[in-house]
Structure formats: C-alpha cells, structure tokens
Design a protein around this ligand. Structure first.
Ligand SMILES: NC(=O)C1=CN([C@@H]2O[C@H](COP(=O)(O)OP(=O)(O)OC[C@H]3O[C@@H](n4cnc5c(N)ncnc54)[C@H](OP(=O)(O)O)[C@@H]3O)[C@@H](O)[C@H]2O)C=CC1
Ligand SMILES: CC(C)=CCC[C@@H](C)[C@H]1CC=C2C3=C(CC[C@@]21C)[C@@]1(C)CC[C@H](O)C(C)(C)[C@@H]1CC3
Length: 428
C-alpha cells in the first residue's frame, strides 16, 4: 500500500479484484455484445420475428458493409472533435487526481448538440434523406463496432507510455485481455483533448438522438406523418440527452470519469452500444406502428408521469451530489445532514441520498420504463432497454458499493445502516 497525495491509501493496481467475470468476461463480452447489437437491430426491423426465436436472426453478410456508413461515422466523429475544440463555454476542473492535480475540461457539449442540430435541419431542408439512416443502421453499427475495437487497441498500446499515476487502479492487472477490456489509462489525452470525456457525451449520445430523428423521418416517408408514439419517444430521449449535455459538468464526478479506465468496455459502450441499442424503440416503431387502442391511449396519457417523476429524481439527486462534492458549503447543500469519513470527505445521509443509496439510479430506471410504454405490449424488444438497464444499474450499484466500502470503511457501514435500501425504497 502506498499513500497518495491526500494521505489516503490505495491498493496497488495489481491487487485489485477483477470485475465483469475477470478474464472469461473480458473474452466473452467483446464477442457477445457486438453480436447482440446486430441481432437486436435485425429483430427490430423484422415484422414477425420474436425475440425468443431460435436460432436468432442476424443480418445477412451482404448487408453488413457500406462505404457510405464509414464516411458518415468518421465525418460525425470528426465534426464533434472540431466542436469539442471550439473555444466556447467555460472550462471546468475535474476532481483531484492521485498526484494532487486537477484536469481541465471544456464545458461546450450543449453547444455541440445545438450546432449539430442546426446542421441537420439545414441538411434536411436541402433535401438530404435522413430517413435513409434506417437502411444504413446495420452497416453503421458494424463500422462503430470496428472503430471501437481499433480505438481500444490504440488506447491499450499508448497506455504503456503513461506514468504509473495516470493508470486506473482496476485496469493494470498485467493480464492483457482483461486490461484491454477494462482500460489501463484513467484519463488518456492527446494534448488537452480528453478522449474518455469526449466519447462519453458527444458522438454516441448525440448520435442516438440523430438516429431517433432518422427513424422519425423514415416513418414520415412511409406513412406521411410521424406517429404520436414516435414523437414521444423522440422528445423524451432528446430531453435526456440535452439534459446530460446541459449538465455536462456533473459527468466529471461520475464513476466512469473518476474511477474507471478507458478500455474496450467504455469505448464500445459510448460509440456503439448507446447509439444503436438505445435507439431501438424508435427503430421498432418504424416497422411496428402502434394502433391507438384504449389501453395504448391510457398508456400515452400515463406516459409523461413516470417519465417526469423519474427525470425529477434523476436530475435533483445527481445535481445534489455533484454540488456537494464540488462545494459542500454551498447554500443548497450546506444544511444537509452528513457523516464524516476517515478520508476527510463526508457522506450525505439526508436529502435525496438519505432516501436510498442510489436515488439517481431509481430516477433513471423510471424514465427507462416510461420510454418503452408508447411502444405497446405486443413485443419484448422495446423493453430490452429497461431490462438491460436494470441489470446494468444493479451491477453498477454493487461495484460502487464495494469501491465505497474500500474507500470509506466503517463510515460506509454507518451510512448503510442509516440508509438501508440501495435503489428501490423498501424493496431493494
Ligand atoms: N443511461 C445510461 O446508460 C447510464 C446512466 N447512468 C447514470 O449516470 C449517473 C451517474 O452514475 P454513476 O457514475 O454510476 O454513479 P454516481 O453518480 O451515483 O456516483 C457514485 C459515487 O457517488 C459518491 N457517493 C455515493 N454515495 C454518496 C453519498 N451519500 N454522499 C456523497 N457522495 C456519495 C461516491 O463517490 P465519492 O464519495 O468518491 O465522491 C460514489 O462512488 C446516474 O444517474 C446513472 O443513472 C449510469 C450508467 C449508464
Ligand atoms: C453493456 C455495456 C457495453 C456497457 C457499458 C456502459 C455504458 C453504455 C454506460 C456506462 C456509463 C454510462 C453513462 C451514460 C451513458 C451510458 C454509459 C456510457 C450517460 C452519459 C448517459 C446520460 C446521463 O445523463 C449521464 C451523463 C449521467 C450518463 C453517465 C454514465
């Protein structure tokens, strides 16, 4: 054990527990998840197919590759890299690193969203067939998967030139497969360009709303106007993405930025998984129009409720923790009850973080459920997101719990006794 600049003790990277099933997970996940993306897209566009069909349908090989898809993808990533470098908006500091320094990050993601929105509207105005994204979805996903693999190899190789303080604590086990998967370097940068922060919020997240819009345009091409279900799915998911970019600074205190290395899992998650699986509801609606039955209408009326409540809990709790970690004396958090930890940091035990130990996950899950409801109950596919997300967040909560127990020891146990439920009050 060696003390860091704040006097805290960290385990050396080589002793850290392996996550995601260790080496086996690191071999299976990069094979299985890209196939899952392609499988889900093909299910979403097959009118009769059932998710439970065996053998599963995968796109035929002649539909996998289209040079236009590669051009669109690289053009999109380059546009966002340029927008990232544009000197607009403020520059914010991340949390203190192990060497005592803080990195600087541009807070201009929302500008990026607005500018790409204007560019897209111009393109549509000029007659660009945005609905063609529906046909291009599979080759685009294939290119995003290929780019994720290549980029992760680059990140793995360059991590050997990084100083040891710049390595993530969990990603330096010496097992090449596992380290490639989990990520060795914490904040890989080219000059001031932070690769992890860039990928987390820009090309994939904004790409998701563009794909949604493409699906809406495809519906217009096919049926003359967009359906209510499609409009609702587009609006709420756009709100989620716009919110993430409006509150971009808050991402600097999330687990991914503070703790996790940048390896295949996050690269693939950011560039391929988010845009192509989070847009499945919109893709599904293109081929499975929802007739407005009585139940459907009741759902659509009910729809904004879990969505709005979920959004409120998600936003308020994330902002409260972010504000508290940045400035505990700020009037909005100064009066909340806290407990001290041996590290000098305090833990909130009242307010949102006194309700359950992860109120932000609770809000996010409520929103996820709400997004599926407009797609009806005829098919399991629109519910894929909420099922996957529940598993992801329960697993993530468990990882965070272990990290917090290692960081805060007895104080964390006290917190758990004061706030016994993890995500769902009185249930879990
Ligand atoms: N849409 C998607 O696909 C996904 C969305 N998300 C969302 O991202 C958001 C961020 O999630 P994530 O990064 O997982 O985790 P959190 O933002 O919840 O961060 C967890 C950290 O918060 C700090 N913390 C925990 N409890 C307390 C407390 N009582 N008082 C003060 N600080 C506390 C600890 O860090 P420390 O004490 O070191 O500051 C802990 O490690 C969530 O809203 C989640 O729903 C996440 C994953 C996927
Ligand atoms: C199955 C697989 C490959 C999982 C990788 C996990 C990633 C998909 C997610 C890990 C954390 C994420 C976050 C967001 C998107 C999904 C990933 C990358 C996020 C950017 C979504 C918008 C939110 O407002 C957020 C900024 C809080 C959030 C941060 C975490």
């Amino acid at each position: 054990m060696r003390p860091n600049s704040q006097g805290l003790k960290h385990k050396s990277s080589h002793d850290t527990e392996r996550e995601f099933g260790g080496t086996l997970g690191a071999i299976c996940i990069p094979v299985f998840l890209p196939l899952t993306v392609l499988f889900l897209i093909s299910v979403s566009r097959c009118p009769e197919a059932s998710v439970l069909k065996w053998p599963p349908s995968l796109p035929s090989t002649d539909h996998l590759w289209d040079p236009l898809a590669l051009m669109v993808l690289l053009g999109w990533i380059s546009l966002h890299a340029l927008l990232y470098l544009t000197p607009v908006g403020k520059v914010s500091e991340g949390l203190v690193l192990r060497d005592g320094t803080r990195l600087k990050y541009p807070i201009n993601g929302f500008h990026g969203l607005c500018i790409s929105g204007v560019l897209l509207l111009l393109l549509v105005g000029l007659g660009a067939p945005l609905g063609y994204l529906f046909e291009l979805l599979v080759p685009l996903a294939v290119c995003a998967i290929a780019v994720s693999f290549l980029f992760s190899v680059y990140l793995y190789i360059r991590s050997f030139c990084a100083p040891s303080d710049a390595l993530a604590l969990g990603g330096n086990t010496g097992n090449p497969l596992y380290d490639f998967f989990i990520g060795r370097e914490l904040n890989p940068r080219i000059g001031n360009f932070d690769l992890k922060y860039f990928c987390e919020l820009r090309p994939g997240l904004i790409g998701w709303v563009v794909i949604n819009l493409g699906m809406l345009m495809k519906e217009v091409e096919l049926r003359g106007s967009p359906s209510l279900a499609m409009i609702l799915v587009n609006c709420f998911q756009l709100l989620y993405v716009a919110d993430a970019l409006w509150n971009e600074e808050a991402v600097l205190t999330t687990m991914d930025i503070v703790h996790d290395g940048f390896g295949f899992m996050l690269v693939f998650g950011d560039l391929a998984w988010v845009p192509f699986t989070y847009s499945l509801q919109a893709a599904f609606l293109v081929v499975h129009p929802q007739a407005l039955t009585f139940l459907g209408m009741a759902m659509l009326i009910f729809f904004p409720l879990p969505s709005g409540v979920g959004y409120y809990i998600f936003r308020k709790s994330n902002s409260q923790k972010n504000q508290f970690r940045r400035d505990p004396s700020h009037p909005s958090v100064a009066r909340l009850e806290t407990i001290a930890t041996a590290t000098g940091k305090r833990l909130l035990v009242s307010g949102w973080w006194g309700l359950v130990r992860h109120p932000n996950y609770l809000g996010d899950l409520l929103m996820a459920l709400a997004w599926s409801l407009p797609c009806g109950f005829s098919h399991l596919l629109p519910y894929f997101y909420v099922i996957y997300f529940t598993i992801l967040l329960i697993h993530r909560e468990d990882r965070d719990e272990r990290q917090c127990r290692a960081k805060y020891g007895l104080a964390w146990d006290t917190y758990c006794r004061r706030v016994p439920y993890r995500i769902f009050p009185y249930i879990y």
